[in-house]
Write a protein that binds this ligand. Structure first.
Ligand code: PHE
Length: 360
């Protein structure tokens, strides 16, 4: 049958020319689909004489099988070609160096904690830690602040809940890092040299106060440590931290229940045209409280005050971060505003260290 040969040639050519799987499917539908040309021909068999039908039927089945086989072969070939193409275009050279991707930034408070840890480590201070939910004994009593002491009111303390019927004094959110003095001395005894950076809490909220803020406690106990050692340590720290050739500190007599004598410390600075400069000028900025550790505090922590003495200080981390990096509003520290973090934040993998330069 000439007609069948023509059809065969037509569809085999179409199969050969199909450039992708969708085109091939169109050829399949046109030939063998329900309404395809060959299907239609086979439908016409019913009207033929039995003998003719037999011969034509066999020929048509042969044709159908041939086209079907060609379609399948082409489909497999197209699939292989698509895979080859993907392998060619989607390769990845795993030996290439990584592409740097911005991962977010280090918060100025974290940066400053790393910086001051590096500076104090260089002076022989280890890092000590304590819990943020603290017993009132560690937060107050052991620091020579008995229950009736007015300093308890001044601390604007957050109290934790007690279970119904539990009449013990409630735990508190620590109001300062000073309880870590007690914990460190109780655990390690004397001599000891530690700093304790961390979060503290007071019920207070305005442009310069947030209910949570950060302090770093310093504690150095040995046989003959004096206020002179305190002064040198703080001056060394401030020079290194503010990255200036010299600083001037002013010690003002003050009072804390846990130190005797006590001093608040101011740093010389200037505010010219809204620009803060540390180390020169005619202004003073308070940055910390300090003093010689009270004998009662040593005794509460199991250290014999006849044998040991030393200094302690507590410094506001957020405050010195604002001073060093010119950040005007404390509240912005804790608003998690991405634009603020990108502006004031620090590169994630730059660990501050003294030889490398603290803040670069
Ligand atoms: N704990 C004091 C405060 O929160 C600071 C301080 C610490 C003062 C150590 C003296 C010695 O203000």
């Amino acid at each position: 049958m000439d007609g069948l040969d023509g059809l065969k040639a037509k569809y085999l050519t179409a199969v050969a020319q199909a450039a992708h799987e969708a085109a091939l499917e169109e050829v399949r539908l046109a030939a063998l689909g329900k309404k395809g040309e060959i299907s239609a021909l086979m439908g016409s068999l019913g009207k033929m004489e039995p003998d003719a039908r037999k011969a034509a039927g066999a020929a048509m089945n042969l044709l159908k099988d041939e086209i079907d086989a060609a379609l399948r072969a082409k489909k497999a070939a197209l699939g292989d070609a698509a895979l080859d193409e993907r392998l060619r275009s989607e390769w990845l050279d795993v030996t290439l160096p990584g592409r740097p991707r911005r991962m977010g930034t280090i918060h100025p408070v974290s940066q400053v904690m790393e910086e001051l840890t590096a500076i104090f480590a260089d002076m022989g201070f280890a890092v000590a830690e304590g819990p943020q939910v603290e017993s009132d004994w560690y937060n107050f009593d052991a620091l020579n602040i008995p229950p009736e002491h007015p300093a308890r009111q001044e601390h604007d303390t957050f109290f934790m809940h007690r279970a119904e019927g539990d009449n013990r004094p409630p735990h508190v959110l620590r109001t300062h890092t000073s309880p870590v003095q007690i914990r460190a001395m109780t655990e390690q005894g004397a001599p000891i040299r530690v700093i304790a950076p961390g979060r503290v809490y007071r019920m207070d909220m305005d442009q310069t106060h947030t209910p949570m803020f950060h302090q770093v406690e310093g504690l150095a106990i040995d046989r003959d440590i004096s206020m002179a050692n305190l002064k040198w340590t703080l001056e060394e720290f401030c020079r290194a931290f503010f990255e200036v050739p010299s600083v001037e500190l002013r010690f003002r007599a003050s009072h804390f229940p846990f130190t005797e004598p006590s001093a608040e410390v101011d740093i010389r600075c200037s505010w010219d045209g809204g620009q803060l400069k540390i180390g020169q000028g005619d202004k003073w900025m308070e940055i910390l409280g300090s003093g010689m550790v009270h004998p009662k505090v040593l005794r509460a922590a199991g250290v014999n005050p006849d044998e040991w003495q030393g200094f302690a200080f507590g410094m506001g981390i957020d405050r010195i971060a604002m001073l060093k990096y010119g950040i005007p509003d404390l509240r912005a520290f804790f608003e998690s505003d991405l634009r603020w973090l990108r502006h004031y934040g620090f590169a994630a993998l730059d660990m501050p260290n003294l030889p490398g330069g603290l803040s670069r």
